[in-house]
Design a protein around this ligand. Structure first.
Ligand SMILES: [Zn+2]
Length: 268
């Protein structure tokens, strides 16, 4: 996967200044993360900037990712608050409609939580340049609060390399070095998550249609036919069909994502 990676802000246009310097520390995380992702077989495009103004460094980042045709854009940051008790990890996505991005962002938050950081969860905003100006799925990873004694203490205890590993493992969804999982885009690109599937051990004749957001049980074989014809007219190929069992990892993962995250991700 080609990953556009931005290590938050420019040395000539700093980010947040708390107990630690966001820009300086995040640039360290960037270098460690780049090494890990590259050793896992990914291509990392350097989307950092030395610009003097926020608008210029933001634009340079997304311009570099767009020019390189990245599959995903990841912008790493540290949060800040006037309340020193505020802490934890949160990730911003542009919107709710990319299942894989939702899962990936959730994974990263969970990995940070396992490392001791409060899980502030996945959030959505169309107002951030990183998310709106990138031509590919994008995320802003607010790793921790640079204004928090607790977060910065933990950051120094576990170290830059461990923080980078937490992001990398959450991002890939598996141990570093395992095969690549594509980030399938349902919003801004051409690849979609649409499929038919059956749960063969429950009812092998029951066909479900997954539109990238929700699963729908089909009531009649003609529904499958008409959905496939529309899809084929648009995409030039048939909707893929999967035969899963109720215990299959992919079914469980899809079902889990739809059930447990529905209130957060899909019903807005
Ligand atoms: Zn920042």
């Amino acid at each position: 996967m080609k990953i556009g990676l931005r290590g938050g802000h420019s040395p000539n246009c700093k980010g947040a200044m708390g107990i630690i310097d966001e820009q300086a520390e995040v640039r360290k995380i960037y270098h460690a993360l780049k090494t890990i992702l590259e050793s896992a077989g990914h291509i990392v495009i350097d989307c950092n900037s030395d610009a003097r103004y926020a608008t210029a460094e933001l634009k340079e980042g997304t311009d570099k990712a767009n020019a390189a045709g990245c599959d995903v854009y990841m912008s790493i940051h540290m949060n800040a608050a006037s309340n020193p008790a505020a802490g934890g990890t949160e990730i911003f996505l542009y919107d709710t409609c990319n299942l894989m991005m939702n899962q990936t962002a959730g994974n990263i938050c969970n990995k940070f939580a396992q490392a001791g950081f409060a899980n502030r969860g996945v959030k959505f905003s169309t107002g951030y340049h990183d998310l709106s100006a990138s031509a590919m799925p994008a995320m802003i990873v607010e790793t921790l609060f640079c204004t928090s004694v607790e977060d910065t203490g933990r950051y120094f205890r576990i170290g830059v390399d461990r923080i980078a590993q937490v992001i990398a493992e959450g991002f890939t969804g598996k141990a570093i070095g395992a095969p690549d999982i594509p980030i399938l885009n349902t919003c801004k690109g051409e690849i979609t998550m649409v499929c038919f599937y059956r749960i063969t051990d429950l009812d092998k004749d029951k066909i479900y249609y997954f539109d990238g957001h929700h699963s729908y049980p089909l009531m009649h074989p003609d529904e499958r036919k008409v959905l496939n014809e529309i899809y084929k007219a648009n995409n030039g190929k048939d909707i893929p069909e999967f035969f899963w069992t109720s215990k299959a990892p992919w079914f469980a993962r899809l079902k889990g994502a739809l059930d447990e995250t529905a209130s957060n991700f899909f019903v807005r």
